[in-house]
Design a protein around this ligand. Sequence first.
Ligand SMILES: [Zn+2]
Length: 416
Amino acid sequence: MTSAVDAAVGEAVGSAELRGWQMGMVRRLVRRLARTGRFYSRALSEIDETRLLSFLDMELLPFTYPGDLVSNPGDFLCVPSRDVSRVTTVRTSGTTGKPKRMFFTSSDLERTVDFFSAGMKDIAGSGGTAAIMLSSGAPDSVAHLLKRALAKNGVDAEIIGEGLNFREAAEAVNGVDCLIGIPASLIKLCRVGPHLRPSSVLLTADYVPESVVGGIKKLWGCRVFTHYGMTETGFGCAVQCEEGDSHHIRHSDMLVEIVDPVTGRQMQPGSEGEITVTTFAHEAMPLLRYRTGDISTEVCGMCRCKGPYPKLGRVRGRSVNIICTGERGAIRLDELDEIIYSFDGVLGCKVKSGEDVPVHLFVDAVGSLDRAAFERAVKSMIPAGGKGGRRVVFTYGYDAPFSKSEKRAVERVYAS
Ligand SMILES: [Zn+2]
C-alpha cells in the first residue's frame, strides 16, 4: 500500500509535477522573505525570484547555516510575535554553546501533527497502544505532537521515561504495542528487557546504526522503522514506510536537496551529501536552504510501496563526530557504532577521543560479552601502535543512563 506520507503529498500537490509545484512554493517563499524577516530581506536583496524555475535553480539561492540562527533568531521571525504559539530552544554542540531558538505558529504545529499522523499509520496502525520516550511531555513538545497524531489514528499513546531507569522503563512499556525513542536508549531497553514484545519500534532523533536495527529485530522480533527530523524542520521531515528502506519526505511542506558539503553544489541522486532543507510551508520561521550537517542520499524511483516521490536514503552520523585514528585519518562515530552494537552483550558505550591521546571506550556490557572479541573488533577500526596509530583503552562498568534526547556524540579530550 502506498505510504500515507506520499498519499498526503499527492493530495496537496494534485496532479502537478512535484518539483514544478515546489519551485512555485519556493518563489512564493522568496517573495515573502524579501518583505518579512530582517535576515532574509538582506540576504535576498539581489535575487530575482522569477529565475527560480527548476530544481537546479535552487543553486541561485544562498544557504542558511545553523550559526545564522544562533546569532539572531529574531531576525528570522516572519509573523508578529503574538502569532507565535511555541518557542523551542535547541542546544548546540558548537564551541559557543549558545542555543538556537525556533518559532512556530499553531498552524506550523498542526502541519507537523498531520505529517506524524500519516507517517505513524504504517508504524502503529489504528487502535492499539504506544509509548513515546522522547523529549518532555510539555504542551506542543515533539512528544506531545506525536501523542496527538497517534490519537487521530486511534492509538492510545503515553509519554513516559521522565526520571526512570531502564528497569522501570521496561516495566512501564510492558505490553505496549509500539515503542518510540532514540536509538541508544531503545537498544539498551531491548537488551535489558528481551521479554518485552512490542510489534513495532520507531527510532528517531539521532542517526540509526544498522546494528541497532538488527539487534532490536533479532531480540524482539518486531518491525523497526526510522524517522529523520529536527527542530528546524518542525520536528518531522522523513520517515520509513512499511515496505521500503528509504524515507518518505514531507514534500508538501519542504524541499530537500542533497549538496556537496564542501562545494555546496547539488549532488546526483544516489550520491552522498549534506541534507539541506527549504521549509516553504512554515509560517513563523521558514528557512531557505538550511544546512543540517546530516549526511544522506536522494533516492529516486518508485518505492516498493508504490510511493512515487524522491526519498531520503539512510541518514549517517554528523561529520563533527569523528574519532582520530592517527595518521591514517579518522572514522565517524556511526561507523564505530556499527561494530559496537553488533555485539549482543553491549548495552551502551561512551567514546572519548582527541589529538595525541588514546581513544577511550567506556563500555556498558553484560557479563557474557566476549571482551577479547569485542576489543579486537574495535581495534580493527582504530589501528594501534606504530607510526601514527592510536592506543585504545577500554573501561567496563559504565552504566549508560536512560535518556529521551541525548544524541550520540564523541566526547572531546585534550592532551594534558
Ligand atoms: Zn515506501
